[in-house]
Design a protein around this ligand. Structure first.
Ligand code: WTA
Length: 698
């Protein structure tokens, strides 16, 4: 339970200035509202829902659910009977009712300094309607799945909200994923159309997105799932025609018709751009399609529990899970968490550095901020390009007030000291946020002291793709902060800590983090596999949603996430399953068996340490090592590239043949204290592995 009084020692407080205007400005007020959200959710959420537009009102209770597998099927229903459209609430409501038509929705800041665009709410509404009409003209209907594989450009938001406008379900695949991963996701959700772009730059590196998209579609075709349409946005300029990609690229069949068109002008610096292969039977040009499309489009009214989007997240079995979110609950939850966790005020300029391809970008670049009529920065580039001060340069350029990033980015920048930060003023900053992994107290202190100059509270937000929005988090002007703790539950969220036997622990304790009841934004199912949803999250401890994270509660009731307790790794804030990386490795003919564990990394949080047992007659060498890294990159994506690969003639196994990962983790870290290894079939394997450890990662 939440303590009556906040602790006074070893805590940090939000500034008095912030408290003056804040929505929730004291711990007592937080506690009072929290109790209301638990004891009377209908009234709590009902009041919030009044701010939104409903075509029809809900009937019955606000939330109906079953969280107990022993009592039947797991389900969550929120606001049954209500119908609405999220794009209407995010755009039309802001333009027409709140008179925000000329307010900036996004400041787009390109990879290259100087590449920029400003989009107002009115323009965004027009562009969304226009593209929604395009999708309709291509035969996309309510309930159809549309796959989106795009860089961080305004058109990505346009594409997702155009789907929402017509009731289609978007499935966004992060543009850093490989063709294989894209193919797998397209097939799993049976998407009828793909939206992509010619390419983009990440720092100095050109990513030929269309080539990857084509490769993915070819794989889909080979597997008997032809996707008939692919819409390509021309993000890079018209020089596409003149510049050849070099010998690796397949010859272009024909180029996108509108590449002849006058350049749109946003990518100013002349750089090599991809020559785009063009298959006239499948490919459609974004720019040709929108020409002449009307910028008015009546929204499709959707039921509360109609699907909104699918977003894939790693699963511990290796196969990604299509997390499904639905309309009303997700809208209310992301809007409310955004407003209260960042203490959103109308004159804020908010910047979340995540990619929209992840849940953080879905909830806190698109849905939450737009629902509040906020102005956001949408950044295409990297924190280190063209130099290490880029983030702070952008903060000053747009007068960013609320800033949200990942611990891995903070640790990276911290390595360069305070000077690159102090080159810029950062006076506008009011609240700092983090997400993605536990933040180590040292990084927290640096963020708080150097970036925020002890003026800005740090909201350490714990949540998951599955939770839709923040579930454990401080409120900036109400919750005293402890560096490294995600503090207390958000409204409507009831956490508990269980021991291995499923008993609920009271007071200071450590164990499995679970939730006792749903909140509006929790996922509803794994797309196409409800059984997997129940098995993954509800079977281990009947009656609870199991997060898969370990957690400690201290004497003051604060929650501290201790990390994953399943076979998942968190690399730079991205979850990866060890099984997924292992299966990519064993697909190589030289590998007989593979076992992957996490090894702590000063910037990435965790790095991938892979043990491989080679097939008979194969010898280990640098060429093979490079091939294996490439193999994983191509199967999954660059984020999964192994940091270390160790040749392991044998793996530590129990007599029943189970690999003891606990022992492998110790070997990866060169820790000799192995604990009890009496169940190992052959102890000599361990010594051999210690002797051949990898000392340097490349
Ligand atoms: C981890 C990202 C500690 C956690 C929004 C969770 C965190 C997983 C935090 C979900 C945090 C996220 N403190 N750990 N503030 N935020 N995590 O689905 O292990 O990409 O289960 O969602 O990230 O990752 P996902």
């Amino acid at each position: 339970m939440i303590p009556d009084k906040a602790p006074k020692e070893d805590v940090f407080h939000g500034s008095e200035d912030l408290k003056k205007e804040a929505h929730i400005n004291s711990f007592e007020k937080y506690k009072e509202l929290y109790m209301k959200s638990i004891e009377n959710p209908d009234e709590f959420w009902g009041d919030i829902a009044k701010d939104f537009f409903w075509k029809t009102k809900h009937t019955g209770q606000f939330l109906d659910y079953n969280f107990d597998v022993t009592k039947g099927e797991i389900f969550v229903k929120c606001m049954e009977g209500a119908s609405t459209n999220i794009s209407y609430n995010l755009l039309d409501r802001n333009v027409h009712e709140r008179k925000l038509s000329d307010k900036v929705a996004f400041y787009w800041e390109g990879n290259e300094p100087g590449d920029e665009l400003t989009v107002t709410y009115r323009e965004l509404l027009q562009r969304v309607c226009q593209f929604a009409n395009v999708l309709k003209s291509q035969g996309v209907k309510k309930g159809d799945r549309v796959s989106i594989y795009m860089p961080m450009v305004v058109e990505l938001v346009v594409a997702m909200l155009a789907c929402v406008r017509i009731g289609a379900v978007h499935s966004i695949v992060f543009a850093g994923f490989s063709a294989e991963s894209l193919c797998e996701r397209i097939m799993d959700s049976q998407c009828s159309l793909l939206i992509t772009a010619d390419g983009f730059y990440r720092g100095d590196k050109l990513i030929n997105l269309k080539l990857l998209a084509d490769e993915a579609l070819q794989k889909c075709r080979d597997k008997g799932f032809p996707v008939e349409k692919c819409i390509m946005l021309k993000h890079l300029s018209k020089e596409a025609e003149e510049t050849s990609l070099g010998s690796q690229s397949p010859p272009a069949k024909r180029s996108c018709p509108d590449l002849q068109e006058k350049q749109t002008g946003r990518v100013k610096k002349t750089r090599p751009v991809p020559q785009v292969p063009w298959n006239p039977e499948v490919d459609l040009c974004w720019h040709t399609l929108i020409r002449g499309a009307s910028d008015e489009c009546e929204p499709e009214w959707c039921e509360s529990e109609d699907p909104l989007f699918i977003l894939y997240t790693s699963g511990s079995t290796g196969k990604p899970k299509g997390v499904l979110h639905t309309v009303s609950g997700y809208m209310l939850y992301t809007a409310t968490t955004f407003k209260l966790v960042f203490d959103y005020q109308p004159d804020d300029v908010y910047w979340c550095t995540a990619d929209i391809g992840w849940i953080t970008g879905h909830s806190y670049i698109t849905y939450g901020p737009l629902a509040n009529g906020a102005t956001s920065v949408l950044f295409e580039g990297l924190p280190t390009y063209p130099d290490i001060s880029r983030m702070w340069e952008i903060v000053d350029k747009y007068h960013v007030t609320k800033f949200y990033t990942a611990p891995t980015a903070i640790r990276l920048l911290m390595k360069y000291g305070s000077e690159p930060v102090q080159k810029y003023k950062r006076e506008s900053l009011k609240v700092l946020g983090t997400v993605g992994e536990p933040i180590n107290p040292e990084a927290w202190q640096w963020y708080y002291n150097v970036v925020g100059e002890r003026r800005c509270p740090v909201v350490d937000t714990f949540w998951q793709t599955e939770t839709g929005g923040h579930v454990l988090t401080p409120l900036p002007a109400a919750t005293p902060m402890k560096p490294g703790s995600a503090t207390f539950p958000f409204f409507g969220v009831v956490p508990a800590i269980l021991n291995e036997s499923g008993e609920e622990l009271e007071g200071p304790s450590e164990g499995y983090l679970v939730f006792k009841q749903p909140w509006p934004g929790v996922m509803r199912t794994v797309y196409g596999n409800h059984q997997r949803f129940e098995t993954t999250y509800f079977k281990k401890f009947p009656g609870f949603y199991v997060t898969g994270d370990g957690c400690r509660r201290d004497k003051d009731g604060y929650y501290w996430i201790t990390g994953r307790i399943d076979d998942m790794l968190n690399v730079s804030g991205h979850l990866l399953s060890t099984a997924e990386v292992e299966s990519a490795l064993v697909e190589h003919e030289a590998v007989a068996e593979a076992a992957v564990v996490g090894r702590p990394h000063p910037v990435k949080g965790e790095s991938l340490y892979c043990f491989v047992t080679l097939a008979d007659g194969v010898t280990y060498n640098r060429t093979l090592e490079a091939e294996l890294k490439k193999q994983v990159r191509e199967k999954i994506g660059a984020i999964a590239t192994p940091d270390y690969i160790q040749n392991a003639p044998g793996l530590p196994k129990t007599r029943s043949g189970k690999i003891m990962r606990r022992v492998l983790r110790k070997i990866a870290c060169d820790e000799r204290d192995l604990g009890d290894i009496s169940t190992l079939a052959d102890c000599s394997v361990v010594e051999q592995l210690f002797q051949n450890r990898c000392y340097t990662a490349e």
